[in-house]
Ligand binder design. Structure first.
Ligand SMILES: Cc1cc2nc3c(=O)[nH]c(=O)nc-3n(C[C@H](O)[C@H](O)[C@H](O)COP(=O)(O)OP(=O)(O)OC[C@H]3O[C@@H](n4cnc5c(N)ncnc54)[C@H](O)[C@@H]3O)c2cc1C
Length: 429
């Protein structure tokens, strides 16, 4: 045994760094192991962090957190052909307080959070991959990294989506293609002044746009756009099942999305920077991992703590909150001197207190609802068709809106199905 720590945390993403920081604050000796050259160097996401758990973890986070822009404008845009229809919500006051959210770049944000964990006393090692969980009589007792065996009372597995270590340890079932989406993102560099002018934003203000319909070529999924200080993050999350079934490459979908006139206008003159892809587990709580076992807790994406309900995409805030909850459970286990599954059982209560499990449970059916193909092809087309007719005045005789709606709906899908979709939407959202 090379070394011994009170806790080993695998992965310096938001979940792992939050857990290591919270544990170090509670005077645990903590080893935080990250396989990337630096924390965040291997990580990508769309671009927005809901800030609320940072207030619990680091009350003064705003002092030096690498915020790109505070999101003050939300839009939902439907694309069909060359047309687009968007709904916008603007709130310039949403730059502070627990309801604030901000855009960020993962290499900077993850490194910042990992450094906070280090400053609180955690030992961070990067460029090292944990290969195995160290087991004794079925119980997790530490980790194995290369030739080193590191013992710990508790291991927090925060290795991200797919959780290969968790799968190996039998804590996470192998994920079927239908439980996984593919995320792609590119950043397009533009001068800060151009972004502010083009998106009508103040210096620190940012925009978040969710795209539906032709954004994903009618496949189940959608697009996103976030404004950073001097770049725009543009990307897609698309069902991997649909990509395989329709024999389409995700790059092709991205190319088509980028070429939509409403996107081209926003990105004109920009220089395409990094392009990355990542898997997104879309499991919901029903198919979830065993996130508490003897000597081990799963946090963040590794535990499937992610909510994508079509209008908000929440992974980072749930990852941070679950890291905090894992640390609180470890503190309870230490007080009892019992790091077995029973000793760590308060993780569940702490996850509930931070509304991680409650929110996941509330939106449990949304994942299933978002599997309905009509939401991504038929309805955006219908909406755009109606809008086009409503706003067209060409002297050929104008119809009432109700007639336009009925005409557009005719023959597209049985009325009872549309009504059912509407009721299901109300229930799941
Ligand atoms: C395209 C896309 C867009 C997204 N957009 C958003 C968004 O806008 N807002 C949002 O909140 N969420 C978003 N998400 C989800 C979000 O990225 C995740 O929920 C979040 O990153 C989960 O954090 P985590 O710490 O659990 O895992 P990760 O961020 O994946 O971190 C895991 C870490 O563990 C390390 N690691 C893995 N295995 C090992 C090992 N064996 N040894 C050592 N280190 C290891 C990895 O290198 C990594 O640093 C998006 C995801 C995708 C793919």
């Amino acid at each position: 045994m090379a070394e011994r720590f009170d806790a080993v945390v695998v992965g310096a993403g938001p979940a792992g760094s939050a857990a290591a920081l919270a544990l170090a604050k509670e005077k645990f000796s903590v080893l935080l192991v990250e396989r990337g050259r630096t924390a965040g160097s291997k990580n990508m996401f769309g671009g927005r962090v809901y800030a609320w758990p940072l207030f619990d973890l680091l009350p003064e986070w705003q002092k030096d957190c690498p915020v790109e822009r505070f999101v003050t404008r939300e839009s939902l845009a439907f694309l069909s052909g060359d047309a687009s229809l968007s709904v916008q919500f603007e709130n310039p006051a949403s730059t502070s307080g627990r309801a604030a959210s901000f855009t960020a770049l993962r290499p900077k944000f993850d490194e910042w959070l990992a450094k906070k964990a280090e400053a609180a006393g955690a030992t961070l090692i990067t460029g090292i991959k944990v290969d195995e969980l160290l087991r004794e009589g079925g119980k997790v007792r530490g980790v194995v990294a290369g030739p080193d065996k590191i013992a710990a009372n508790v291991v927090v597995l925060a290795e991200g989506a797919m959780g290969p270590l968790a799968q190996k340890a039998g804590l996470l079932p192998e994920l079927a293609p239908k439980a996984v989406s593919v995320g792609v993102k590119e950043t397009v560099e533009l001068p800060a002044a151009t972004i502010q002018e083009r998106f009508a934003l103040g210096e620190k203000e940012g925009a978040a746009v969710v795209y539906a319909g032709d954004a994903s070529m009618g496949l189940r999924g959608g697009g996103f756009l976030y404004t950073n200080k001097a770049s725009v993050s543009l990307g897609l999350v698309v069902s991997s099942e649909d990509l395989a079934r329709k024999k389409v490459e995700v790059q092709e979908v991205m190319e088509r999305f980028r070429l939509h006139p409403s996107i081209q206008r926003l990105l004109k003159g920009g220089k395409v920077g990094e392009y990355s892809a990542h898997l997104v587990p879309e499991l919901g709580l029903g198919m979830r991992a065993k996130y508490i076992a003897d000597g081990v807790l799963l946090a963040g994406d590794a535990a499937g703590f992610l909510i994508n309900n079509g209008y908000t995409f929440r992974g980072v805030d749930l990852a941070i909150a679950s890291g905090i909850a894992a640390a609180r459970a470890a503190v309870d286990a230490r007080a009892r001197g019992d790091f077995s599954a029973a000793g760590l059982a308060s993780y569940d209560r702490h996850l509930r207190a931070l509304n991680v499990l409650t929110d996941l449970e509330r939106f449990r059916s949304t994942g299933g609802y978002l599997k309905n193909e009509r939401l991504f092809s038929l309805y955006p087309k219908l909406l755009l068709g109606i809008t086009e007719k409503v706003y067209t005045v060409d002297g050929s005789g104008k119809e009432r809106i109700s007639d336009v709606v009925l005409q557009e709906m005719k023959g597209k899908a049985p009325l009872f199905k549309m009504l059912k979709d509407f009721l299901d939407a109300a229930r799941s959202m």
